[in-house]
Design a protein around this ligand. Sequence first.
Ligand SMILES: [Zn+2]
Ligand SMILES: [Zn+2]
Length: 334
Amino acid sequence: MQSKFGLETSTRVCGVCRESQPVYRQVYSGVSFCASCFKKSVEKRVRKTISRYSLLREDDRILVAVSGGKDSLSLLKILAKIEREYPRASLVAVSIDEGIPGYRDEALRLAADMCRRLGVEHRVYAFEDLFGISLSEAMSRGVLGRLGLGACSLCGVWRRKAISLAARELKATVVATAHTLDDIVQTYLMDILRGEFPKAPIGLRREGNGIIPRIAPLRLIPEEEVVLYAYLSRIPFQEIPCPNAQNSQRDLVRTFLAQFESRYPGSLFAALKTIESGIMPREGGLTPCQVCGEPASKAICRACELESQVSSLLAEKGRLLGANIGVDDVQSID
Ligand SMILES: [Zn+2]
Ligand SMILES: [Zn+2]
């Protein structure tokens, strides 16, 4: 009998140690794992991913983006273990406070607790300090509606920028994000559904153009295995999803892919492999943003573009308080 995590209640033994009782059957490989062998297997696969794609160097200063969710706390725990074996490497955890009251506060506390326990430096950067406005304020003051943007769009662009700013300030040489196999396939599929083939493989170390490279050491671990790893490792994590994330495009794609994978195990690995074999990384064309200096595909990067749109809307709103700005006006802002 299996629960939603594939947790087993049968009396057969673990397929690895042949001793303990299995708690998880990996459907796509047919192997059953006891709790201890499962955790080791995840850690081993992360190490393999790092060496297979040359994601880390011995003297890296690694910034780990930690939201306080299960994926990022699991990644932090695993990287803290690996980093201890490399005396010249160092680790710093960064959390972004977008300003989502009642949601982010708990996550930040969980992230801070975990960092303290692991002995990892933890820094928090807030939207309000970096961009002059929090996400909830941008929502409540009607800015998002006028820009025709969902909360996740602004949040995603600014989080990315915030992490880049933090990486420069903290002199990180690489940024590790907790994207899982599921996240990456979702992003590729969303690109394809929008009519674009993915521009570059996600989470593989790409240097050059003044970029601090981003890596995704969990890129070959399915989401449900990360959840199980966090659960078996007794990592306290935030279970409630972001209140803004429902009904987003990603939500639809996530639901579809999860259903498909559960009926046809191994589909996510197949999709990743097939899509990445067809990606021709287009590295050229990036130049420093005229405002912030981060690499951009246009003269001004999307994050700075949004920042100036938001501040001019707020200024305008001050002048035209109560005036009705029509849809056409909004589009002309873009
Ligand atoms: Zn075992
Ligand atoms: Zn910029």
